[in-house]
Design a protein around this ligand. Structure first.
Ligand code: PHE
Length: 342
């Protein structure tokens, strides 16, 4: 009996050492200590021993039972501890991993272009003014020589609000009125950059929101020659010193005479290509000599003062400089586009 018990304990000890999972441990328990386990079988055999041997056998069996139970407890603790350690190790924070690099912001291409334009004009002595994006009909149209119901209003597809007379400006030209009223009757020159809105089909060539930069100069003896000089300086600063500039007669209600300004196509250098629609020229802005009535509306006597104004789209300028195929990229927030200009 004793030998049998000893063997049972040895076996139990050896097999317990190899247990690694809770399921294996359960199985081990039923093999050795369960109702149908090895120890129970041995205990059952005690009854058939001679009466004088039974107490000793019972004692021995109990010692082995306690030893097996202790084995079970120790192994079960060890397995639990190992499982916990494995779990901790797998979810561990490695404090030595390098951090994720913080992504540095960059200036939007429109802002970059606006800054460049501002820099070029400031070299010619132009200051910078801001004017409202939500505008009234009077400043946006009437003071610029565009009466209500005049067909010239169709040149600007305008967002109107449900408040009568209040609209989103479709161009920065109402800024001319603010600038003149601010400086009258002194001579001045400023640019007015800002956002504009147009109620138009959004296409690769036109967005419903975009920027414009208005430039205006008012003083005595300001002529079309001054306008042309400023335009040439600007175009060469932005597009290269060899770039040819052309003024083409045009119409705006608030300038007289008016001119649209083209630069020689930089892709084909004037030979004609799809970019310039085979004309050799690319339109970059509208301009003209401020209409006498508009000067008067701004507080200047047109007998004494004259001035020029021009308005350009910085997105259009960036499109031409970088050969961008679609204006919608500017405000589509796609980093793959924006990061090209970092
Ligand atoms: N405001 C005009 C436009 O948006 C451009 C312009 C500005 C023309 C100044 C003449 C003088 O089309």
């Amino acid at each position: 009996m004793l030998a049998q018990l000893q063997e049972l304990l040895d076996q139990g000890r050896a097999s317990a050492a190899a247990l690694t999972t809770a399921a294996q441990l359960d199985e081990w328990y039923s093999t050795y200590l369960g109702k149908k386990g090895a120890l129970t079988t041995v205990l059952r055999g005690i009854g058939s021993l001679p009466a004088e041997d039974r107490p000793q056998a019972g004692k021995d069996a109990n010692t082995v039972k306690v030893a097996l139970e202790e084995l079970y407890r120790a192994r079960s603790e060890a397995i639990e501890r190992e499982a916990l350690q494995a779990e901790l190790a797998s979810g561990a924070l490695d404090v030595f991993l390098p951090g994720r690099p913080a992504s540095l912001g960059m200036m939007h291409l429109s802002s970059q272009t606006l800054r460049e334009i501002t820099a070029v004009f400031s070299r010619m002595g132009f200051g910078v003014l801001r004017s409202p994006e939500v505008e009234d009909d009077n400043t946006n149209f009437q003071l610029l020589n565009i009466p209500p119901h005049h067909p010239a209003r169709d040149m600007w597809s305008t967002f109107y609000t449900d408040q009568p007379g209040l609209l989103l400006r479709p161009h920065t030209s109402p800024g001319q009125i603010y600038a003149m009223k601010k400086f009258a009757p002194e001579p001045f020159r400023v640019i007015l950059p800002g956002k504009c809105y147009r109620y138009e089909q959004v296409t690769s060539r036109s967005e419903m929101m975009f920027h414009q930069v208005e430039a205006i100069a008012v003083g005595e003896n300001i002529t079309m020659g001054d306008l042309k000089g400023v335009l040439t300086y600007f175009a060469r600063a932005m597009f290269g010193s060899e770039r040819k500039v052309r003024l083409r007669p045009s119409y705006f209600p608030f300038t007289e005479p008016s001119a649209e300004v083209d630069i020689e196509c930089y892709l084909c250098e004037g030979k004609g290509c799809p970019m310039c629609k085979h004309s050799g020229w690319l339109e970059i802005l509208g301009s003209g000599m401020i209409h006498p009535q508009v000067l008067r509306n701004g507080g200047y006597d047109p007998e004494r003062y004259s001035g020029f104004a021009l308005g350009m789209g910085p997105e259009r300028i960036a499109i031409l400089r970088h050969n961008i195929t679609d204006i919608r990229y500017f405000f589509g927030n796609d980093l793959r586009f924006l990061e090209q200009f970092a």
